[in-house]
Design a binder for this molecule. Structure first.
Ligand code: HEM
Length: 194
């Protein structure tokens, strides 16, 4: 392991298979904290659900903008199917609010794009669980504003993202991990700000 890590040529050229596990380990504490922070929003009541969407949009919009700026569509030709900015904006509009960025995001490298995409695509897994809570709401307005949480259902976007991650060559793992941590931090900050 140590030999592998210190061999610079192997490090730069090898495929990023195994990066997912490293990303998961490096961000699991941040995921737990964010999960706890988001559980403070009661998704079954109008105001709680709307604040949850505002918090999510606050981070999602600048992260997606930075991804676009960094050329995400060249790395992920199906980017238009992955982007959720329009979906969350439509949900918020239904609930009478504008969607806007509340945190700043630094420009990303190519490896940074992968790390950020890991966090955004992974958040779909959480969304599946959150939808179950939302389904318990007695308020019909909430169920009508779930384009963000439902986005990509049935399209296996997480699985295809993982395949892409595993087949990606010449990426800098430290940069990818750093970007994933920053993406989680952006969501935490945005949740603090609503
Ligand atoms: C309260 C909200 C959330 C809950 C309950 C939750 C729950 C979960 C669960 C159960 C999984 C594993 C699913 C599976 O393996 O099939 C998961 C994975 C993941 N979630 Fe969340 N999540 C939440 C919010 C978020 C958010 C907001 C983000 C990112 C901004 C996020 C990022 C991720 C990532 C990256 C993974 C993949 C981990 C891996 O590599 O296996 N989650 N989440």
């Amino acid at each position: 392991m140590l030999a592998e890590a210190t061999d610079v040529s192997t490090y730069v050229d090898r495929s990023c298979s195994g990066l997912r596990e490293r990303l998961r380990d490096a961000t699991s504490a941040a995921h737990r904290e964010l999960d706890a922070q988001l559980s403070a929003f009661d998704l079954t009541v109008f105001s709680g659900y709307r604040r949850f969407l505002q918090a999510s949009a606050g981070a999602l919009l600048p992260l997606e903008a930075a991804l676009v700026e960094a050329g995400v569509a060249r790395m992920f030709p199906d980017w238009p199917e992955r982007a959720r900015g329009a979906a969350i904006a439509a949900d918020l509009e239904r609930l009478g609010r504008d969607a806007h960025a509340t945190v700043s995001v630094l420009p990303m490298t190519r490896s940074g794009v992968l790390g950020t995409m890991y966090v955004l695509e992974g958040s779909r897994l959480g969304a599946k669980f959150l939808l179950k809570t939302v389904a318990d709401s007695a308020d019909p307005r909430i169920g009508e504003a779930t384009a963000y949480l439902r986005h990509g259902t049935g399209q296996r976007l997480w699985q295809s993202f993982l395949s892409k991650l595993a087949s990606n060559h010449s990426c800098d793992e430290d940069e990818a991990i750093e970007a994933a941590r920053s993406a989680f931090a952006a969501f935490e900050q945005a949740a603090d700000r609503v």
